[in-house]
Design a protein around this ligand. Structure first.
Ligand SMILES: O=C(O)CCC(=O)C(=O)O
Ligand SMILES: [Fe+2]
Length: 318
């Protein structure tokens, strides 16, 4: 386990763990976790408008989704301002996890001598399509788990995740050194530890030095009752441009797993993610079947579907 102090004093320890196992464990302040879970649990049956109304505009979004499985998602961006009613602990937790995520990103930036900090900035939900946010997933135990574990990678730079109501997340055997236990949350002290792992954007920004962790959620373990998980996603800000590290510009980035790479658009490749991944992985990924970039390129009908149906952003231009 890595302490918050060690992130700045011994960044290599954290970076080695992340690279070797695909996931690192960081000890931090999780005082608000329990109260946040309690508050969220009470929101299960509330109308989504009522959940959002507990926060200032642009801070919360509550959606009941059916894909890839039936669940309620409460997204919260860290925000200093007061809640209008309740929800203080969960908003505070979002802020705490954001700080942990930034410290982790800084450790990578320092150890790898890469400029990464400029890629992130606080944004409200109405300012960016997919800003950095805390996502409370409220899984319905009636779902049945027909979708299986829904293997996927997260789209952002880093995901920081405390233990949910109980451990159910599995890390995939695709990652080389994951170890014996696929249920990595079981390695955590719920009161003080978070899992940290990379998403697609970090894989691109480091030219594959760090790879996105393939993970999913055990359907069997969701049948125990209402389970809440609390991942915090640190993402590239709107307009943030990732330039692959100079030393490795010849790496064929398209093979690093990211969906948003468009080979040959610029030399050396310049990538403006523009929140493409969420659409790609979140909507085109069926039952964990990630569509490859090559497949997209060879299938004009699919490409057109992505362009016209998913890749629209009326507020674009910044
Ligand atoms: O619920 C979990 O444990 C993991 C959730 C997750 O992977 C996600 O929301 O991207
Ligand atoms: Fe995930």
């Amino acid at each position: 386990k890595v302490t918050m102090d060690e992130l700045s004093t011994r960044p290599q320890k954290f970076c080695d763990q992340l690279k070797d196992r695909g996931v690192a464990i960081v000890q931090c302040n999780l005082q608000r976790r329990r109260a946040a879970l309690d508050w969220l649990e009470a929101q299960e049956g509330n109308p989504s408008e009522a959940v959002e109304a507990a926060f200032c505009s642009g801070v919360a979004r509550c959606e009941d989704v059916a894909f890839p499985r039936r669940l309620r998602r409460i997204d919260l961006v860290p925000d200093e301002s007061r809640t209008t009613s309740g929800g203080t602990e969960v908003l505070g937790l979002a802020g705490d996890l954001h700080q942990v995520a930034l410290s982790c990103l800084n450790a990578i930036a320092e150890h790898e001598e890469l400029a990464l900090e400029h890629l992130v900035a606080p944004e409200r939900l109405n300012e960016a399509k997919e800003p950095s946010l805390l996502r409370a997933n409220l899984y319905n135990s009636q779902d049945g788990g027909a979708g299986g574990p829904c293997w996927h990678v997260d789209l952002g730079l880093l995901t920081v995740m405390p233990v949910g109501s109980w451990p159910a997340m599995m890390v995939s055997p695709f990652h080389s050194n994951v170890g014996e236990n696929a249920f990595v949350e079981e390695l955590l002290d719920a009161e003080s530890d978070v899992l940290v792992f990379a998403g697609t954007a970090l894989a691109i920004a480091t030219a594959g030095l760090y790879t996105a962790l393939v993970h999913g959620v055990s359907a069997a373990r969701l049948r125990r009752g209402l389970r809440i998980s609390l991942p915090y996603f640190l993402r590239v800000r709107r307009g943030g441009i990732i330039e692959p590290p100079a030393a490795v510009t010849n790496t064929p980035l398209a093979c690093l797993y990211p969906a948003a790479v468009q080979p040959g658009v610029a030399e050396p490749p310049m990538l403006d993610l523009l929140r493409f991944h969420r659409d790609y992985y979140g909507r085109l990924c069926t039952r964990g079947q990630v569509v490859s970039v090559g497949e997209l390129a060879e299938n004009p009908a699919l490409a057109e579907q992505v362009r016209s149906n998913f890749y629209t952003d009326s507020s674009s231009g910044s």
